[in-house]
Design a protein around this ligand. Structure first.
Ligand SMILES: [Zn+2]
Length: 292
C-alpha cells in the first residue's frame, strides 16, 4: 500500500505578541506571561474543538508550557502531535542561540518525547540539523519547498512547508529557504504560509486539491490567533498600526480550516513520516529523496 496523500496540517502555537519583533528582547518571564494575557490558555480548547477528529502537528512555544502546563497535556490527550516551535519566540537562525533555546525547552519536552521542530519564522541554517539530531529530534519542518519534497539531513528529515512552483526552477534546496522575494522571483509561491492563506483562502483550497491529486501531501501552517480572536487591546492596536503588513495574520481563518477539514484528510507530520519510513523499508514506492 502506498502512502495515502493528505494535508499535513500544522499549528505554530504561540502568543499574539510573537508576531512583533520589537518584543524579542524581553526576557522577563512574568512580563511575557502578562503580555499573553491568558490567550494561549483560552484558545486551546476552541482549537481542539475546531479540529474535531482531524489530527495535526502542534508546534508549541515552550514558555506556554511553563505558563500553562495543561496546554501540552491537552494537545497530547486529544491525539495530536506535540512538537517544538522554540522556547521563546525570536529568530533562531544562529545555531548557538538555537542550542541555548533547545536546552531551555528540554525539561518539558522530555516527558512528551517531542520529535518534531518548526523554526520560528521558518528560518533555519544547515548547521541546525546535526544540532537538532543531537537533541533527539527526528525531523524538522523549517524551510519552504515544493510539496512532495523530503530531504535527509544526516539522520534527520526536513519536511518543508509547501510552495507551488509556477515555473521550473532549479536550485539547491538548502537552508535557509524562508518566505522571501527571492523565493517568489524564482517562481515559487509559498501557499503553505498562513500569510498566503489570509489573502487567498479559496485559491489555496484548490491548490491543495491539485497537490493531493498529484499524490503529494502538502504542509501548511496556521496560528492560534487565526482561529480564535485575541482580546482587543490598545497595545495590539498600536502594534498593528506600526506593522500593517502583519494585519492578514489576524484575519479569522476558521472558515478556511472548516472547509479544509470537510474536503481533505489530514494527519500530523510525524504520522506521515513514520508511515513513509516504514513503507520505504518494505520497498514500496515512497516520496523519500536524499539531500541535494
Ligand atoms: Zn512562529
Amino acid at each position: 500500500m502506498s502512502i495515502s496523500p493528505r494535508v499535513l496540517l500544522s499549528i505554530d502555537y504561540e502568543p499574539v505578541f510573537a508576531l512583533f519583533r520589537h518584543y524579542d528582547h524581553i526576557r522577563d518571564k512574568a512580563l511575557r506571561r502578562d503580555m499573553d494575557g491568558g490567550f494561549t490558555s483560552r484558545a486551546i480548547d476552541s482549537i481542539l474543538d475546531q479540529l474535531g477528529d482531524a489530527k495535526a502537528s502542534i508546534y508549541l512555544v515552550g514558555e506556554i508550557a511553563e505558563w500553562y502546563p495543561e496546554v501540552p497535556q491537552k494537545i497530547v490527550d486529544a491525539g495530536h502531535e506535540l512538537g517544538l516551535h522554540c522556547q521563546f519566540h525570536r529568530p533562531l537562525v544562529n545555531v548557538n542561540q538555537l542550542a541555548d533555546d533547545l536546552r531551555d525547552s528540554e525539561s518539558w519536552r522530555k516527558p512528551y518525547n517531542v520529535r518534531g521542530y518548526r523554526a520560528p519564522m521558518v528560518g533555519i541554517s544547515e548547521d541546525a540539523y546535526p544540532l537538532l539530531e543531537s537533541f533527539g529530534f527526528t525531523y524538522s519542518s523549517s524551510i519552504y519547498a515544493p510539496a512532495g519534497t523530503m530531504l535527509k539531513k544526516g539522520n534527520l528529515w526536513e519536511i518543508p512547508v509547501s510552495t507551488w512552483r509556477t515555473r521550473d526552477a532549479h536550485e539547491d534546496l538548502v537552508a535557509p529557504r524562508d518566505f522571501s522575494f527571492k523565493l517568489l522571483l524564482g517562481g515559487e509561491f509559498p501557499y503553505g504560509s498562513s500569510f498566503s492563506i489570509g489573502f487567498l483562502a479559496r485559491r489555496i483550497l484548490t491548490i491543495l486539491e491539485e497537490e493531493l491529486k498529484r499524490g503529494h501531501s502538502p504542509v501548511i501552517i496556521m496560528h492560534p490567533y487565526e482561529l480564535v480572536k485575541p482580546a482587543s487591546s490598545s497595545r495590539l492596536t498600536r502594534d498593528l498600526i506600526r506593522n500593517p503588513h502583519l494585519i492578514p495574520f489576524l484575519w479569522d481563518k476558521s472558515p478556511f480550516l472548516r472547509d479544509l477539514l470537510k474536503s481533505f484528510p489530514t494527519s500530523s507530520l510525524k504520522t506521515y513520516l513514520d508511515e513513509t519510513l516504514s513503507n520505504s523499508m518494505t520497498g514500496i514506492a515512497s516520496p523519500l529523496r536524499g539531500s541535494q
